[in-house]
Design a protein around this ligand. Sequence first.
Ligand code: ZN
Length: 672
Amino acid sequence: MTANPFFTRSKLPYELPPFQEIRVEHFAPALEAGMAEQLAEIAAITGDASPPTYDNTVVALERSGELLRRVECVLYTMVSSDTSPRIQELDAEYRPKLAAHQDAIHLDRALFGRIDALFAERDGLGLDGEDLRLLERYHRDFLRAGAGLTEDQQQRLRDLNGELARATAAFQQNLFADTKAGALVLDSADDLAGLSDDAIAAAAENARSLGHEGGYVLSLKLFTNQSELAWLEDRSVRERLMTASLSRGLDSTRELVSRIATLRATRAALLGHPSHTAYAVDDLTAGSTKAVEDLFARLVPPAVANARAEADALREAAGGELASWDWSFAAEKVRKERYDLDMAALRPYFELERVVRDGVFFAAGQVYGITFTERPDLVGYHPDVRVFEVFEEDGSPVGLFLADFYARGSKRGGAWMHSLVEQSRLLGTRPVVVNNSNITKPPAGEPTLLTVAEVKTLFHEFGHALHGLLSDVRNVSFSGPNVPRDVVEYPSQVNEMWMLRPEVLARYARHHATGEPLPEAVVDRLKEARRFGEGFRTVEYLGAAVLDWAWHSLADGQQPGDVEEFEAAALEAAGLAMPEIPPRYRSTYFSHVFSGDGYSAGYYSYIWSEVLDADTVEWFETNGRPVRESGQAFREGLLSRGGSVDLMEAFEAVVGRPPRIEPLLARRGLTS
Ligand SMILES: [Zn+2]
């Protein structure tokens, strides 16, 4: 048997995991050894007879768990991007074990005793800002994880965490299976009338790969509004597609949704909070549930008024009736009439390779001075993954960027960024980050042409990648996107601004066959049309945010009742009940909040972050400085600092004043 590649630090550049050597049987022993090793490291800290110091306790803790971190990053990658029944089994088996392992550390009384003692004398320890923050961070994390509870309460907490880990893993697996099963199978190309030829070819290819030879299959993407709804001419096909999308999980995850929400409420109560939302925001920039609810209250009425006005215009275009499956289709029609914009006709101008190199990478070069070189000699976890080395202006190394663009059966829906190696000066690591998206793979030999929305997603996810790549912190706990969750979307949203900047657009938006630039008149109309549909988008988003909020506002012991009734009541109460605009995710397929703790009570973060984002975009556009100079200031003051500074203070230091909400309201047309 070959040696387990997880047991040593990778010898590959930037410690890229040696995917060629990793086999599925390597995970379990490495996870077991990783947990054991970290517990031994913790035992060494608590067994130290000398009094606690920052170095012998906090630094030692920060360094611990290296092997575990290594294997967990790869396991998470496989679960999300290239899963298999065996990987799913591993995830289901180890998620509760890993949750229990975290508990074992956080509920270690001797360890917390040392941290607590250091915390009490923190101002006299001579720590710099980042290290002081790390000590405070650990102290808070331990308390939030139950370090202050009695033995009995701690046992109860361990049980709850184990149950939650099992339930969220089951949610993810059931949803994965259901999303696959919900794919719409069609017999005839006529059913797909309205889609482009290559979209139809892709549906045929998809059918072949799924064993429906001769048919056409539209696989479901994670969000409610499937992109094909904008073009499919046959109303009954649209209805079937929307119904399939909305029905996901109604059988397989509905019990889990209620269960997860009630378990979280119980856990929050045990930790001294009236609800999971209260527990969550206590640690976030928002600070209180009221701050989030105030933001909702401020945004909902103008957003709904906008959406109703849009609905009137669309209903007319649709000939009177406007169901949820008609909205995107009618919106395309109106967009065409009003702005002379045929979004489908734009796709030939957005060819993936060109968008990435001359758009996303080019913009990052203009703003932050970095360059990218593909490294075909380095391999990822799947043949579709591409590896790029990132350099500073002066040629010094930054890190690796892995790109995994295409959808496949083994990948979960959506688009996201995650880290394989996190930057830390303490650990001597440079960043290795991954971007995933779910772009339909064209038939062999055909170019990959993107929709405007897909281009936006590429810029967005790359903003997260930059957060990881440009990180320059000592402690891995603060590396890159390790910031309070409600501001994690801030850098990625800011990065979307470069998509329509003239100097960037002129480079990447070129016809794939002729090389012709996107006509300037079209660019102008695109900008004009930017606000069109903001009512819909804001209501769709707020619907999901409010559902997340409602599920997690339950008090301990409160029974949510039937999932669909609960949803309807929550939307009604928030003033968001518009059947034509279902939430961006319904509860039963709301992976962000039910497949892990990730965004639970935190889906509001997107709009919370967007306040900072819109204000930052305005700053970039109006501060009168060259883009590269502003970019450097933003990079040094905010992006590179990760969680090592208070983000609100960092914002003020860079921009020169606290954030304002007005740019967001203007952007989303909510100023009326
Ligand atoms: Zn994001």
